[in-house]
Design a binder for this molecule. Sequence first.
Ligand SMILES: Nc1nc2c(ncn2[C@@H]2O[C@H](COP(=O)(O)OP(=O)(O)OP(=O)(O)O)[C@@H](O)[C@H]2O)c(=O)[nH]1
Length: 613
Amino acid sequence: MATMESLIVTVNRIQRACTVLGDHGGDSALPTLWEALPSVVVVGGQSSGKSSVLESIVGRDFLPRGSGIVTRRPLVLQLHKTEQGVQEYGEFLHLPKKKFTDFAMVRKEIQDETDRVTGKSKQISPVPIHLSIYSPNVVNLTLIDLPGLTKVAVEGQPESIVNDIESMVRSYVEKPNCIILAITPANQDIATSDAMKLSREVDPTGERTFGVLTKLDLMDKGTNAVDVLEGRAYPLQHPWVGIVNRSQADINKNVDMIAARRREREFFATSPDYGHLASKMGSEYLAKLLSKHLESVIRARLPGITSLINKSIDELEAELSHLGRPVAVDAGAQLYTILELCRAFDRIFKEHLDGGRPGGDRIYGVFDHQLPAALRKLPFDRHLSLQNIRKVVSEADGYQPHLIAPEQGYRRLIDGALNYFRGPAEASVDAVHFLLKELVRRSIAETQELKRFPTLQAEIAGAANEALERFREDSKKTTLRLVDMESSYLTVDFFRKLPQEVEKSGNPTSLSADRYAEGHFRRIGSNVSSYVGMVSDTLRNTIPKAVVYCQVREAKQSLLDHFYTQVGKKEGKQLAQLLDEDPALMERRQQCAKRLELYKSARDEIDSVSWAR
Ligand SMILES: Nc1nc2c(ncn2[C@@H]2O[C@H](COP(=O)(O)OP(=O)(O)OP(=O)(O)O)[C@@H](O)[C@H]2O)c(=O)[nH]1
């Protein structure tokens, strides 16, 4: 069964994972775990004694000192209690494996690390520094030290710093999971203390606020803070704790922390004003109080945190699967990815043709409706008008009119008529071409995996359209050839089966008289017309066959064949160019992946301890 202590240890680990993986709250674009974790945040005006309180809780000098705004990044201070006799040391998250046993070096590292992010500009930054202290003299506790609230910027600092600090502090204390350690010096007006003002605003009922009065030893003679410490003057849900830190003179004299703690104990024990409160005063008591409270808050919040973690993991996984896997770096894997994407597109395109998706049926519409309609509309009436027949036949006869049947006239009339079939043949090819193009466009749009890669998307669309263009050329040649074939050799049987004029009339003299009369030409017209009708029936069947063979079948079988050959010849760099993702998307995937890693490690942390129920 886990002890209470392991709860704080668990949360400490999750907090560290948050910093490693870039979650310090305040980023609304990603779910944050940082903000859900309970923590103790130290707030107070400048010189209120924040650093002194922290050092006294730790029992060590380790915080930077100086004038102006010294704390310029949040310091997440994680205290880990160790066995008696084990050497104390500090360890920074940004310098893992380096144990600081000299606390003066800890102080220097905090300063250096602050400057590393903020520059020497004295700006502030919300990126926390994580410091763990392992010591037998601490209780398990996590405290976050923030820049002191201030009214004026000092030299070299931008005016905005006053507001920047306030918003940073506010962003911490606003969280409902934040336990506020409000530091107020006793020798100032408590009502106007920065810490109390802010905590009242964000926690009006005082349930999250621990009031700490520092500098009790500096109060004017004859005054005391008993009213406050006993909870009458400024009541909070938790008891006020009075503190006596080292004075500046003590610090200058290098009075060590252990001696200072002893002196603090003596101060309360011997004080006529506070003697009766002595067991509930001082920094050691404060540390224990906070540790106990933090544990109980964590315990209460844990179910909520667990469900938040699970929910966020689901959300992030869903988003990541939507964003797709990251692009591989080596050329082989890139080629594989490109081919996979092509295949995904090709699959959808085929589904459109084969009927899994809509659109393919419109091709049949061309054969069933458009082509027959176009054939019906051909102007054979005009071509085979009596007048034109007469003209064509006479011209074909030349100076010597035909004697029996106008062989040449027939041929010319038929040739002229067959020529008209070129139009519908070409139109069918074009109509199917545009339908195929439209299906390519739709298939590209429907290939979700391709959306990430606009360049590849455009290349595939280009290659597919080029291929369709080639198929169209071929199809045109083939269908026109069908028409030309009809002209090049006429169906002999048709004419042989025609009733002979001679037999019909049975009278050769009347035949010759009739030869240049209307009836004769009308018969020619009707013969040509039925021949052309027969060809039309044939072409209505053969043109679709040619179109499907040259365009539809080719599109299904080898739409991207050319493209595959081209891609196969490309070098690594060119392949990478095809897979150039939208940078915003890449960034987002990285962020989501990092955040997912955080949530998963947090889940593992929580799973690894079995909770005392
Ligand atoms: N006598 C006495 N002096 C104190 C006490 N607490 C703090 N001081 C002194 O007050 C000064 C400011 O204390 P710090 O702990 O540096 O205050 P701070 O809030 O961290 O200040 P900044 O980081 O500059 O905002 C130092 O000189 C301390 O020695 C106290 O309880 N008694």
